[in-house]
Design a protein around this ligand. Structure first.
Ligand SMILES: Cc1ncc(COP(=O)(O)O)c(C=O)c1O
Length: 455
């Protein structure tokens, strides 16, 4: 059979530079051109299908080429494809803002659009700083962020991120922030309860706030799951306590729900599990069901009022992106939220969450597995860093591709973050393929350790 992928791969490698990729590695690991997609499956030019276990970088919620979202976009495109959002407005932007205010935590009543997760984070950081500035608090000029956090790749978002892999090369370009520890469940000592562990960390954080709150605009967090930080997780208890500290020390609380929003952690927004209303909430990724780039930053009427004044260049929030509030993207978002609501998807996901939990136990049998953790629709299997190499992780990735599954590892972590339309049978397939992939590495590890003990 002729390889129809090959021609596309060749053309691609002649002109394209892919994100988050050392291009030279494609000499050994074939690039996969995708022709079409349906539901949880991607299909290449040879007709081979791949189960998209990572929701195409955590964006897809309701399946690829979802008929209802497709129909909504098709209808919108014949009416209005785009219009400047300064001085002009349009129905999808207004309807979506109304809907976001309706479904988000109480008190978030203003919506500012941007066009991707990183730019949403930039908006929240600038708004926070600027709101203090407009109140005359000009000494507030830095941010608190959690260890192991990730908020995007633009320079501001990277400044408040702490994952060395993405940050270190550019550190001379970034502004200083204050990093504080996180009550990561992976780091919890066996002899302590989670609350004891978190309380010790919170004491440290309070000390930092006592020393620095006068110069801090806000604390930015990824609620409950640090996705790009190898899917590390922490509990609502810690999230709630962090929020309380921001109230006590008068700094903003910025919830970056770009990755976890729209049901990933089991609730529509992760903040709901700690019963908190942040000062800023950043949304993107799942916002449009994985269709089009869009971000929304929600904030309170109080913050909005700090900017509402007679025109003065330094008082208004003059941030903009050309595609801010694009009508097609807003339409995709409205259709996505409508399906989530009408089909009661978050409630229905509870069964899938329980099923993921059920299949998760088997992974603990491998001795190279260091941790298996789950938060809602995210299941992560962390392999021991002393037992596996990057090459091993690539082997698991390639094994999965050979078995028709897209499982893209993050560091030492294999994870499932699938579209919500995944069936139990498809979850079984993911589990089986991941299990086999890890077993291959376990065999190699066993042989290696046996060799060491006999020499
Ligand atoms: C928590 C979080 N914030 C922000 C971003 C940046 O989003 P984008 O890739 O759309 O710029 C990401 C991306 O993974 C993320 O996980």
């Amino acid at each position: 059979m002729s390889d129809l992928n090959q021609a596309w791969v060749q053309r691609d490698l002649n002109v394209l530079w892919h994100p988050c990729t050392q291009m030279k590695e494609h000499e050994a690991i074939p690039l996969i051109p995708i022709k079409k997609a349906q539901g949880v499956y991607l299909e290449d030019f040879n007709g081979k299908r791949y189960l998209d276990a990572v929701s195409s970088w955590w964006v897809n919620l309701l399946g690829h080429c979802n008929p209802e979202i497709n129909a909504a976009i098709k209808q919108q495109i014949d009416n209005l494809e785009h219009v400047i959002l300064a001085g002009f407005s349009h129905a999808p932007a207004i309807r979506l803002a109304e809907k976001l205010v309706e479904i988000s935590p109480h008190n978030l009543s203003r919506v500012f659009y941007a066009d991707n997760g990183s730019s949403g984070v930039e908006v929240a950081l600038k708004m926070s700083y600027h709101a203090w500035h407009n109140q005359g608090e000009k000494q507030k000029r830095t941010f608190l962020t959690l260890d192991n956090s990730y908020h995007g790749e633009t320079l501001g978002a990277m400044s408040v991120s702490q994952v060395a892999l993405y940050k270190n090369t550019y550190k001379d370009l970034l502004f200083d922030v204050i990093s504080i520890p996180v009550a990561d469940t992976f780091l919890q000592p066996a002899e302590q309860t989670y609350e004891e562990f978190a309380d010790t960390i919170l004491q440290d954080i309070e000390q930092t706030l006592q020393n620095h709150s006068h110069e801090v605009c806000g604390l930015i967090v990824e609620p409950l799951v640090q996705c790009a930080g190898n899917m590390r997780m922490y509990k609502p208890y810690f999230l709630r306590k962090l929020f309380e500290l921001t109230r006590k020390y008068a700094i903003h609380f910025i919830a970056d729900e770009v990755a976890v929003g729209f049901g990933r952690t089991g609730t529509l927004f992760a903040c709901e599990q700690a019963d908190i209303t942040p000062d800023f909430m950043c949304l993107s990724k799942g916002l449009t069901g994985g269709y089009l780039p869009l971000a929304a930053v929600l904030t309170s009427e109080q913050i909005y009022q700090y900017f509402y004044a007679d025109y003065a260049a330094d008082k208004a929030f003059l941030h903009s992106h050309s595609y801010t509030g694009n009508p097609l993207a807003c339409t995709a978002a409205l259709a996505t939220i409508e399906i989530l609501q009408q089909e009661n998807i978050i409630e229905k996901n509870k069964e899938k969450i329980a099923y993921l939990k059920k299949i998760s136990h088997a992974f603990r049998k491998h001795t190279i597995v260091g941790d298996v953790r789950q938060m809602g629709m995210i299941l992560a299997i962390e392999l021991r860093s002393d037992a596996v190499t990057r090459k091993d992780m690539l082997k698991i990735y390639q094994h999965a591709l050979a078995q028709n599954v897209l499982l893209r590892p993050l560091g030492n972590v294999i994870y499932f973050m699938p579209p919500y339309i995944i069936t139990e049978q498809q979850i079984d397939k993911l589990a089986q393929v991941a299990y086999q992939g890890i077993a291959l590495i376990q065999e190699r590890y066993n042989a290696h350790t046996k060799n060491l003990s006999t020499t």
